[in-house]
Write a protein that binds this ligand. Structure first.
Ligand code: SAM
Ligand code: SF4
Length: 357
């Protein structure tokens, strides 16, 4: 049974800066919301397109892609990212859709890696193009990658992704490991009735190879994803299964820290497992993330019902100060928490692949 999400109340508004009449100090290098959360982590989606059709993310047919002219150009992304960096964003993750479908992504990587204030640049990918692009990405300065891999069984992988690319993804992973990428994280979404029988195999993988395996709870955010609470395999269940099947205890390393995953290590120190418990144990109170969609909309929560159109400002000739102020105002109103499992939950109008996962 999935626990109800408790939403935290916003702080009293008497500390709210009236940004309409008082320009925000330019040097305020902290992006903060009115619940006191400091935001330092930005996910940038570079495309909504994808060559996979993962069941929990998008339907087999009928996805309508954005026009290329709608996407932020690399120059626009770099400008916006540098403004976020001025406000204290220090971590950027490139995502999509499938980010490696964006032509010459390495050129964007090379720019972002050197952006003042950015300490950490990472990429989330389905792994298909790693075989071709890993070397270029490495040379551009990228070191951290997350690869989504929901099954260690080729038939099940094909079923989950609706594509016959299992071997190719593995060749990409091997190439990335050989080149020296690290840490390499494997993202796994379990759906009850499909792949929950593979928990033990993934735990073994985390011990056998230098990969951190992270289980992401299935969320109601895909297009036509068939989500129900019953299909969610919870963190507690996964953790118990791992301990039972391996005969080893998992020890907590970090909980509600700087990343969405709660981190555990096996008691003998070999192998790390992460859990992203968005549904059963939401971590909204410590959320430090915001997102920009590939068409330049700022989203302060994955489940936001509102967006702030930065692309319109950028293309409309807005000055840096105006964009900075708009970002600060939007982030100040970041949602206290999502409402999955509550009757009032409303799915956002866009899917994970359109928002940037
Ligand atoms: N295409 C890339 C990939 O799959 O890694 C990046 C984009 S994808 C939207 C980012 C992450 O979101 C992936 O790890 C994917 O498994 C996860 N994801 C997508 N839909 C999800 C859902 N309904 N519930 C949980 N995770 C989901
Ligand atoms: Fe594509 Fe990633 Fe969505 Fe799978 S999860 S369909 S790889 S965007």
């Amino acid at each position: 049974m999935v626990a109800a999400v408790s939403c935290r109340r916003r702080n009293d508004r008497d500390t709210l800066i009236d940004t309409q009449s008082t320009p925000l100090p330019r040097q305020a290098a902290v992006l903060q919301d009115d619940s006191g959360r400091v935001i330092n982590n930005l996910r940038i989606s570079v495309t909504d397109r994808c060559n996979f059709r993962c069941r929990y993310c998008m339907p087999e047919e009928g996805m309508v892609w954005m026009e290329k002219s709608e996407l932020l150009s690399f120059e626009e992304i770099v400008r916006v990212a540098s403004l976020f960096a001025q406000l204290g964003i220090s971590k950027i993750r490139l995502t999509g859709g499938e980010p490696l479908m964006r032509k010459d992504l390495r050129l964007l990587v090379a720019k972002l890696v050197h952006l003042q204030g950015i300490r950490d640049l990472a990429l989330t990918t389905n792994g298909f193009f790693l075989l071709d692009q890993a070397l270029d990405l490495y040379n551009a300065g990228l070191r951290r990658i997350n690869v989504s891999l929901d099954s260690l069984d080729q038939v099940k992988f094909n079923h989950m992704t609706r594509r016959d690319y299992y071997e190719r993804v593995w060749r990409g992973l091997d190439a990335a490991e050989t080149l020296g990428f690290g840490p390499i994280k494997i993202n796994v979404v379990l759906i009850r009735g499909i792949n929950e029988g593979e928990i033990g195999k993934f735990a073994t993988l985390a011990r056998a190879r230098p990969f951190i395996v992270r289980f992401i709870e299935f969320m109601p955010i895909g297009a036509d994803d068939g989500w129900t609470t019953e299909k969610v395999v919870t963190t507690r269940e996964i953790l118990q299964t791992i301990e039972r099947e391996t005969g080893m205890r998992l020890l907590e390393v970090e909980r509600h820290g700087n990343q969405p995953a709660d981190r555990y290590r096996f008691e003998d120190g070999r192998g790390e497992i992460g859990f992203i418990s968005s549904v059963s144990e939401p971590f909204c109170e410590s959320c430090n993330r915001i997102r920009i969609t590939s068409d330049g909309k700022l989203r302060t929560c994955l489940f936001s019902l509102e967006e702030t159109d930065l692309k319109r400002m950028v293309r409309g000739g807005a000055r840096d100060e105006e964009i900075l102020q708009t970002i600060q105002q939007a982030v100040w109103k970041k949602e206290p928490g999502h409402l999955i499992n509550r009757p009032e939950f409303v799915r956002p109008g866009r899917t994970m692949s359109q928002i940037g996962g």
